[in-house]
Design a protein around this ligand. Structure first.
Ligand code: HEC
Length: 150
């Protein structure tokens, strides 16, 4: 009986070790929620990107709707930045170690997103372009310091 218990335990320990070598970073429930929230705004972000780059024709009404939805959705991931004991996914430890710098990136991003929405509501592409550029630069700036390379 004792031996059976020991071999079950050994199996549990081995399988727990096995997951550590997995290629993707372990993500607990909180980390999964924030990754899902980031992915949720991508369709609107991509749609705007195509219209700004000229890959798709600019339609003011379509852009206005995407920017308004994006302004709401872009803030949601940041409600889920509690450190997850079961694994922080692609968030680097710097998110919590340099909490002030992370907050500064977040504030800069929210300001850029609101500015983009305001520019979008004018319907003028020449006002939208720089505002969209600033938003994209904000994504990149935060990812460089706080997200694992993916
Ligand atoms: C203030 C920091 C910050 C800003 C701004 C930011 N991100 Fe991220 N993003 C992160 C972090 C950190 C993660 C990793 C989340 C995790 O897995 O825990 C992430 C994850 C993602 C993911 C999910 C894929 C993955 O890494 O698991 C997508 C998609 C994404 N970001 C796109 C964007 C886009 C597009 C923008 C700009 C419109 C943006 N992000 C702005 C920090 C940021």
């Amino acid at each position: 009986m004792k031996r059976i218990v020991l071999s079950i335990l050994a199996g549990v320990v081995l399988s727990a070790c096995g997951t550590q070598g997995a290629p993707s970073n372990p993500a607990g429930p909180v980390a999964k929620e924030r990754a899902t929230a980031f992915k949720a705004f991508m369709p609107d972000f991509s749609s705007m990107k195509k219209m700004v780059s000229g890959e798709e024709a600019f339609e003011a009404e379509k852009f206005k709707a995407a920017a308004a939805q994006f302004a709401a959705d872009a803030k949601v991931p940041f409600e889920h930045f509690q450190s997850d004991a079961q694994g922080n996914g692609n968030s680097l430890p710097a998110v919590w170690e340099k909490a002030d710098a992370f907050k500064a990136e977040q504030d800069k991003f929210f300001a850029a997103v609101d500015k983009l929405n305001a520019a979008a509501q004018t319907g003028k592409l020449e006002e939208i372009k720089p505002a969209f550029g600033a938003t994209g630069a904000s994504c990149k700036s935060c990812h460089e310091t706080f997200r694992a390379p993916i």
